[in-house]
Design a protein around this ligand. Structure first.
Ligand code: GUN
Ligand code: ZN
Length: 426
């Protein structure tokens, strides 16, 4: 049976970094027709109601119906250590992250956190995400199993590390290759799941391990590869010591076959001119993680890059301090302000939906409201708290009505979530 959702509809006909706010399509009395897990049709509510009299109608009134949020870079195993106080990247990894990731040798714990994590993000309106697991293959089975049970489109991979990590949290060149390949063959393309080849970052992989993963990517070219790039200055200095033969941080990946279309680099804050040119030339994707970058004190991402390559937006749970893509859009706005780049609400919303989907090369399936797209939808109450409601009373257009929710909204603004055409909440 078809479902007809009524409300204010927000989608995109183009990229607002190129076309400006006019790239958005907004209908204040719109409708979305959903059947068989996909969006069949969108248009004015009265037209679609008349055309589909047998469809089951859910009327969300003045609430905003958008594509569900796409979080392009997370570490689901860091759910329980989110918001741990007071460290910068390397100390934060050693003190909080690695001990927690060690616990994922226990499959029951991995299952518990995977379920907890997905339920938390769904309650925040996130319907798709790209996650690092831990070095344990079972941690990949846990997140894919939990995503499969919820019908979600999820990207994930086994984090590979063969040095500079504690005993119990290191694999080897061979086991990283073998385990990644086995997981890829088990999960990639099953239901809505995609495997991602995942070296954590150059400091924790030997050049031999990076080369083995580059080899695997040549053998399985249709999957993504994710890693971290130039997040903090101390990290970059460390990479320089560890890879004296490399021209720069990006070269440590490039030299091992880990730079091309489908490469997804988290953070990418402190880039050289050569690195920027090569990233653009190669068609790589970058993921901006603003709450993480301020929380661990990394730096200010240059959103000017969004005009030249694919940029997604992400929470970076648990280096990021929040599970909400609304809060993440607010942080992206604040970071850009500090660089003199005032992001328009249309650009922020696009980054959290189509932009992230493009970074993951899935923009033809998720991240927008258009016929043929998968029906992952979030319904947002634009007056979810007294503070937000009073700030929107004199709004004259959708952007003035939406911006207070971007800046002050949280999970209370998430009225409903639909995943693959099924209503999960609201
Ligand atoms: N660099 C390498 N690993 C990590 C991680 O888990 N979080 C963040 N923010 N940066 C990293
Ligand atoms: Zn990360």
């Amino acid at each position: 049976m078809a479902d007809l959702l009524l409300g204010q509809i927000l989608g995109f006909a183009a990229d607002p970094f190129e076309a400006g706010p006019e790239a958005a399509r907004h209908d204040s009395h719109g409708a979305v027709l959903v059947e068989g897990g996909r969006i069949i049709e969108t248009g004015p509510a009265d037209v679609l109601r008349a055309r589909h009299p047998l469809a089951r109608v859910t009327d969300y009134g003045h609430a905003l119906i958008s594509a569900g949020f796409v979080d392009a870079h997370v570490h689901y195993p860091q759910t329980a250590i989110i918001a741990s106080w007071g460290k910068r990247l390397i100390d934060w990894l050693n003190l909080y992250t690695f001990p927690e990731e060690m616990r994922f040798a226990d499959r029951a714990y991995a299952d518990e956190i995977a379920a907890r994590y997905l339920d938390l993000v769904l309650s925040n309106g996130t319907t798709s995400l790209c996650s690092y697991a831990t070095i344990h293959p079972e941690s990949v089975d846990a997140i894919f199993g939990a995503a499969q049970a919820r019908g979600m489109r999820v990207f994930a991979g086994k984090t590979c590390m063969d040095r500079n990590a504690p005993e119990g949290l290191r694999d080897t060149v061979q086991s990283a290759y073998d385990d990644s390949k086995a997981l890829l063959d088990r999960w990639h393309g099953v239901d809505r799941l995609s495997y991602v080849i995942t070296p954590r970052f150059s400091p924790t992989s030997t050049p031999e391990q990076l080369a083995a993963l580059g080899q695997l990517w040549r053998e399985r070219p249709d999957c993504l590869m994710q890693t971290h790039l130039s997040e903090q200055t101390d990290e970059i200095a460390w990479v320089k010591d560890l890879f004296p033969q490399s021209r720069d941080y990006l070269d440590t990946y490039e030299a091992q076959g880990l730079l091309r279309e489908g490469a997804v680099y988290g953070h990418a804050i402190h880039l050289t001119a050569r690195e920027k040119d090569r990233l653009i030339e190669a068609g790589a994707s970058l993921v901006h993680c603003p709450t993480s970058n301020t929380f661990i004190g990394s730096g200010l991402f240059d959103m000017g890059l969004a005009r030249h390559l694919r940029v997604g937006l992400a929470t970076d749970t648990g280096g990021g301090s929040n599970f909400s893509m609304l809060r993440t859009m607010a942080a992206a706005y604040e970071v850009a302000q500090l660089r003199g780049q005032a992001l328009h609400p249309a650009q922020l919303w696009w980054l959290a939906t189509q932009g992230s989907a493009r970074a993951l090369r899935a923009e033809d399936r998720i991240g927008n409201i258009a016929p043929g797209m998968e029906a992952d939808l979030v319904v947002v109450n634009l007056a979810s708290t007294p503070a937000i409601e009073q700030a929107t009373r004199r709004a004259e257009d959708i952007w003035q009505a939406l911006f207070p929710t971007i800046m002050m909204g949280d999970d209370r603004a998430i009225r409903a979530v639909w995943v693959g055409g099924r209503r999960l909440r609201g």
